[in-house]
Design a protein around this ligand. Structure first.
Ligand code: NAD
Ligand code: LMR
Length: 328
C-alpha cells in the first residue's frame, strides 16, 4: 500500500539553497524513494514571483513522488500540518562577514516563525535550521516555541561533517563513503572543532593512516572551519548544492536511522554531555533510531580536544546573549 504523503516545509524556498533543495526532496533523496511528499514553500513578498517560478518548475519536472505544492508568503499557511520543517529563510553572509554578523536580521525571523510552527505544524514536527547563525537561530526557535519538544529542534552541521569526510578522502585518496565517524563539535562557525580522533577508514583509525598530526591538528581543521568562506570567495555566493545535500542527509538519517556503527554530527540541544554548556544548540556526534537522535557517549577527549570543545561552547553562550540583545 502506498504511504501517506509527508508534508515538508522549506522556508526561503525562492533562494539559492531552496532552489537546490526542493527537487532533491521531490525526488525522494530526503525521505526515501517510496515516500510521497507535499512541499510547502515559504518566502517573503518581494520573492513571491520567483517562488511561483519555482512552483512552475516543480510541476514541469513531473516528479512521481510529489503529491502537492503549497507556495506562499503566508507563514501560517506554510506551517500548517507540516511534519518536517527545513528553515532556510534569512539573509546569507557576504565576503568578509562572520556568520554571527547576520545575527540581528535573522534571529528576529526565527522568533516570529517559532510561534507559527508551534501553533500550526503537525505534532512531533521535526525542525532543521539551516539559516545562519544556525545554532543560535535554532536556540531562539526552541526558546520561543516552548511546546515543541527541544529534541525536535536541530541545526545543520552535517555540511561541516561532510566537508571533513571530503578532506580526509582526498588526503588518503580513498572513496568518501569509506571514511566514517568524523565529528563536528560545537558551533557552525569558524570555532567549530572538526575531530578525527574516532574516525576510521575500514577498520583502521584515520590518525594511523594519515600519519601527520601536524596536518590533522592544523590545516585540516582550519580548512573545514573556513570552507564556507572559501566558497563565498570563489562563487561570490555562499554554498548551496552542498548545503541542500547535507540538509537531506541530516533529515534522512534522523527519520530513517544511521547505519550500524556509524555516527553523524547534528546540532542538538545540549544536555551537558562532555561538559558542554547545557541548553545551547551544540553539534555532537549522534546516532539515530526510530526517529530519535542520541548523543554518542563515552568518547575519549584529550587535552587538545577539550580546549576546542570549550572554545566553541563559550562562543555559543556569547551568541545567545547577543541574540537576546538583538531581540530586546
Ligand atoms: P538566499 O538569499 O539565496 O535565500 C534566502 C531566501 O530566504 C531568500 O529567497 C529570501 O527572500 C528568503 N527570506 C528572507 N527572509 C525570510 C523570511 N522571513 N521568511 C521566509 N523566507 C525569507 O540565501 P541562501 O544562500 O539560500 O542561504 C540561506 C541561509 O542559509 C543563509 O542564512 C546562509 O548563510 C545559510 N547557510 C547555512 C548553511 C549551514 O551549513 N548551516 C550552509 C549554507 C548556507
Ligand atoms: C557555509 O558553511 O557554507 C554556510 O554557513 C555559508 C557561510 O556563511 O559560510
Amino acid at each position: 500500500m502506498a504511504k501517506e504523503p509527508v508534508r515538508v516545509l522549506v522556508t526561503g524556498a525562492a533562494g539559492q539553497i531552496g532552489y537546490a533543495l526542493v527537487p532533491m526532496i521531490a525526488r525522494g533523496i530526503m525521505l526515501g524513494a517510496d515516500q510521497p511528499v507535499i512541499l510547502h514553500m515559504l518566502d517573503i513578498p518581494p520573492a513571491a514571483e520567483a517562488l511561483n517560478g519555482v512552483k512552475m518548475e516543480l510541476v514541469d519536472a513531473a516528479f512521481p513522488l510529489l503529491k502537492g505544492v503549497v507556495a506562499t508568503t503566508d507563514v501560517v499557511e506554510a506551517c500548517t500540518g507540516v511534519n518536517v520543517a527545513v528553515m532556510v529563510g534569512g539573509f546569507p553572509r557576504k565576503e568578509g562577514m562572520e556568520r554571527k554578523d547576520v545575527m540581528s536580521k535573522n534571529v528576529s525571523i526565527y522568533k516570529s516563525q517559532a510561534s507559527a510552527l508551534e501553533l500550526h505544524a503537525a505534532p512531533n514536527c521535526k525542525v532543521l535550521v539551516v539559516a545562519n547563525p544556525a545554532n543560535t537561530n535554532a536556540l531562539i526557535l526552541k526558546e520561543f516555541a516552548p511546546s515543541i519538544p527541544a529534541k525536535n529542534i536541530t541545526c545543520l552541521t552535517r555540511l561541516d561533517h561532510n566537508r571533513a569526510l571530503g578532506q580526509i578522502s582526498e588526503r588518503l585518496n580513498v572513496q568518501v563513503s569509506v571514511v566514517k565517524n568524523v565529528i563536528i563539535w560545537g558551533n557552525h562557525s569558524s570555532t567549530q572543532y572538526p575531530d578525527v580522533h574516532h574516525a576510521t577508514v575500514g577498520d583502521k583509525p584515520v590518525r594511523e593512516l594519515v600519519k601527520d598530526d601536524e596536518w590533522l591538528n592544523g590545516e585540516f581543521i582550519t580548512t573545514v572551519q573556513q570552507r564556507g568562506a572559501a566558497i563565498i570567495k570563489a562563487r561570490k555566493l555562499s554554498s548551496a548544492l552542498s548545503a541542500a545535500s547535507a540538509a537531506c542527509d541530516h533529515i534522512r538519517d534522523w527519520v530513517l536511522g544511521t547505519p550500524e556503527g556509524t555516527f553523524v554530527s547534528m546540532g542538538v540541544c545540549s544536555d551537558g554531555s562532555y561538559n558542554v554548556p547545557a541548553g545551547v544548540i551544540y553539534s555532537f556526534p549522534v546516532t539515530c533510531k526510530n526517529g530519535e537522535w542520541t548523543i554518542v557517549q563515552g568518547l575519549a577527549i584529550d587535552e587538545f580536544s577539550r580546549k576546542k570543545l570549550d572554545l566553541t561552547g563559550a562562543e555559543l553562550v556569547e551568541e545567545k546573549e547577543l541574540a537576546y540583545s538583538c531581540l530586546s
